[in-house]
Design a protein around this ligand. Structure first.
Ligand code: FES
Ligand SMILES: [Fe+2]
Length: 401
C-alpha cells in the first residue's frame, strides 16, 4: 500500500466551506433526488431472489473473458483529472498491471503513454508522484521525450544510422478526460470510443468533479475479485450491519432511488437517516448534508458524495481473486487553512477506515469463503437490487460479439 497527501501550504484566514445547493445539480439528478421519499414514507424493499454462480468470482477462465470483453475493449479509468492540476505535469502510475505515464502538456491537454523508452523499453519515469516537467530523460541512455511523447533528444545520435526521431515517439494509449476522470483504452490498437461516458458528464460536471482538489490518494491491494469489492458500493443492505459501529447510524435502512444512465452506469440517490424532503428546500442548504449520491460507472469506478468531499475508487482487477483499488479523496475546497486541513484529515482517516477495514475487508472474507467451494451460488435480496442490475450490464458486454 502507498499513501500520499499533499504538503500543507501556509495557513490563511479562516474560510467558510463551499456549499453545493440542490439547484446547482443537473436537472436529471435533481429530479431523482426529488423522488426520495421521506423517512416515514420510505417504501419496503421488493423481495428478490436473484442468484449468480460463485464461479464468476473465482474462475480464472471467467476472469480472462472479462479482461477480453470488457477491460481490453472499453475505456477504463486510469486516474482523476485533479492528479495533474497544472500544465506541464507528469505522473507515472501503474494501472491494470501496466506502467503508464499520465502527462498534461503546456496547453492543458492530457495524454496517456506506456511508461517505456523507445530505445530498449526501460521505464522512463520511476518516481510515482505528480511533478512539473516539460520533458523527461530515460535513466538508461538518456533519450529524452517531451510531455507530448515526442523523442526530442538522443545522446550521440550520430552513432545510430538513419534514426528518425519522429518515428520513435512514446507508445500512446487512446485517452480522454471526461467528467473529472482520466479514461484510456488499455489496448492501444483498439478503436477508441469514449461515447459511453457522455451519459455521466452532465451529472459529474454539475457535481464539479473536474474542478475538485486532490486531498489524498491511497492504493489498496486486496485478495478479492474486483466485483466483490464493487458489491458493497451498490447496496445499502450491509450499511446498518457491517458499519454498525462507524457510519451505519448516519444512513437509512431503506431502498435507494436508482437509475441506469446511458444503459451502462448505475446511479443511486438516498436520504441520510431521518430524511425529510422539506430539508431540500431550506434556502442555501448543502444538498450533500442530507443526500448521498453514488455511481457505479461502467466498468469499475465508484463515486460517492459526502458533505465536503467526493470519494472516487478505481477498482482494478488483477487476477480472479485479486484487485487493486486506487482511492482518491477529492475535496470541494483546497486544504489551505487550518479549519479545512483539520476537517479533511479527520474525514480522510474516517473514510479510509470505513472502506479499508470494513467494506474491503468484507470483500476479502467473502472471497475466502467462496474459494473454499462452500456455496455454488450467491443470493441477492431486495436491498441489494442494484447488484444484479450491474451484473446484467456486465453480462450484456460479455456476450456481445
Ligand atoms: S533504454 Fe532508454 S535510452 Fe536506452
Ligand atoms: Fe459500505
Amino acid at each position: 500500500m502507498n499513501t500520499t497527501t499533499p504538503e500543507a501550504p501556509p495557513a490563511e484566514a479562516i474560510k467558510q466551506p463551499t456549499v453545493q445547493t440542490l439547484d446547482s445539480l443537473s436537472p436529471d439528478l435533481i429530479a431523482a433526488i426529488r423522488r426520495i421519499p421521506g423517512h416515514d414514507q420510505a417504501r419496503a424493499p421488493q423481495p428478490l431472489r436473484v442468484r449468480r454462480p460463485a464461479s464468476i468470482f473465482t474462475d480464472p477462465a471467467h476472469f480472462a473473458r472479462e479482461q477480453r470483453a470488457i477491460f481490453r475493449r472499453h475505456a477504463v479509468p486510469v486516474g482523476v483529472s485533479a492528479q495533474l492540476p497544472e500544465p506541464n505535469m507528469v505522473q507515472a502510475v501503474k494501472a491494470y498491471g501496466l506502467p503508464l505515464l499520465l502527462t498534461r502538456n503546456a496547453t492543458g491537454e492530457l495524454k496517456v503513454f506506456l511508461n517505456a523508452c523507445q530505445h530498449k523499453g526501460s521505464m522512463l519515469v520511476e518516481r510515482c508522484d505528480a511533478h512539473k516537467a516539460g520533458r523527461f530523460s530515460c535513466p538508461y541512455h538518456a533519450w529524452t521525450y517531451s510531455v507530448d511523447g515526442k523523442l526530442v533528444g538522443v545522446p550521440r545520435q550520430e552513432s545510430f544510422a538513419d534514426l528518425d526521431k519522429a518515428q520513435h515517439g512514446l507508445a500512446r494509449l487512446p485517452a480522454e478526460e471526461k467528467g473529472g476522470l482520466i479514461w484510456a483504452m488499455l489496448d492501444r490498437h483498439a478503436t477508441p470510443d469514449f461515447s459511453k461516458l457522455d451519459a455521466l458528464v452532465e451529472d459529474w460536471e454539475s457535481l464539479n468533479l473536474p474542478r475538485l482538489h486532490l486531498y489524498g490518494h491511497k492504493t489498496f491491494e486486496l485478495d478479492a475479485n474486483w466485483k466483490l469489492v464493487i458489491e458493497p458500493f451498490l447496496e445499502g443492505y450491509h450499511v446498518q450491519r457491517l458499519h454498525a459501529a462507524t457510519v451505519g447510524p448516519l444512513f437509512a435502512d431503506v431502498p435507494t432511488v436508482s437509475s441506469v444512465l446511458g444503459g451502462d452506469h448505475v446511479r443511486q440517490v438516498s436520504g441520510k437517516a431521518d430524511f425529510e424532503p422539506a430539508q431540500l428546500d431550506v434556502p442555501g442548504a448543502s444538498v450533500h448534508k442530507t443526500i448521498t449520491i453514488t455511481y457505479l460507472a461502467f466498468p469499475n469506478v465508484s463515486v460517492i458524495t459526502s458533505p465536503y468531499y467526493v470519494s472516487v475508487m478505481l477498482i482494478q482487477p488483477a487476477a480472479a481473486d485479486r484487485s487493486v483499488v486506487q482511492y482518491y479523496m477529492l475535496t470541494r475546497d483546497r486544504a489551505d487553512n487550518d479549519k479545512a486541513r483539520e476537517l479533511f484529515a479527520r474525514s480522510y482517516e474516517m473514510v479510509l477506515n470505513v472502506f479499508g477495514n470494513e467494506d474491503f475487508r468484507a470483500a476479502c472474507i467473502s472471497q475466502a469463503g467462496l474459494a473454499s467451494g462452500a456455496l455454488d451460488e450467491m443470493t441477492y435480496g431486495g436491498l441489494e437490487a442494484q447488484i444484479p442490475v450491474f451484473y446484467e450490464i456486465l453480462e450484456r458486454h460479455l456476450d456481445s460479439p
